[in-house]
Design a protein around this ligand. Structure first.
Ligand code: ITT
Length: 196
């Protein structure tokens, strides 16, 4: 069996492929490029928009579509960038532009290190219905970047209990502690049930 992943983010696609036993197909391999307007103000809302949009466009109504809406929140800065993590430095901003904007925001706030957490909402849409699960990863965010592993804000994030950033730690470790990994643990039994 297979799932269709409703993402254009290569980092997410890579992580889902590593974490799933089942085949993971990028929606763009079937439908080409589709622009999805993510205008909800919650991770759950945006995850549902993405999965529903792709499910509606697929001819195969037996398909199981999975999406991930995620981001990082810094309580000291009022929870930003949160659901706006992908466009923190503006619409169409690159991962690096978003990353360095957050580094600058921390420097401006006069902190070298403060609490932060990642959230992932995973939505599953199928002919049997819609489901959403969440996962979180807590840690510290640094006003600097270290390492090139992972993607997005990983080079500035030190998970709780570790001394290195996710940019320095390997993908295998991230898989076992990440917001996405935890949400996927909850999503897997639902996907298995839908595949029966
Ligand atoms: P799709 O909507 O196509 O899935 P996206 O990149 O736009 O791709 P989101 O709207 O969910 O995805 O935005 C997620 C943002 O949060 C994005 O900027 C990521 O870089 C960041 N992010 C999410 N999970 C992350 C992780 O595990 N490591 C680093 N950054 C992450």
């Amino acid at each position: 069996m297979k799932i269709i992943l409703a993402t254009s983010n290569k980092g997410k696609l890579r992580e889902f492929r590593k974490m799933c036993d089942t085949e993971v197909i990028a929606f763009s391999d079937i439908l080409g490029d589709i622009e999805i307007i993510e205008d909800a103000d919650t991770f759950k809302g945006n995850a549902l928009i993405k999965a529903r949009t792709i499910y509606e466009k697929l001819e195969d109504k037996d398909a199981i579509v999975v999406s991930d809406d995620s981001g990082i929140s810094v309580p000291l800065l009022g929870g930003i960038p949160g659901v706006y993590s992908a466009r923190y430095a503006g619409d169409g901003a690159s991962d690096k532009e978003n990353l360095y904007k957050l580094v600058d925001a921390l420097k401006e706030a006069g902190v070298e290190r403060t609490l932060a957490y990642y959230t992932a909402a995973i939505a599953i849409v199928s002919k049997f219905g819609e489901y959403v699960v969440h996962g979180w990863m807590y840690g510290d965010i640094l006003a600097t970047t270290r390492g090139d592993n992972g993607f997005g804000y990983d080079p500035m994030f030190v998970p709780s209990g570790f001394e290195h950033t996710l940019g320095e730690l390997d993908d295998e470790l991230k898989k076992s502690i990440s917001h996405r990994g935890k949400a996927l643990m909850l999503a897997k039994p639902i996907i298995e049930m839908l595949q029966r």
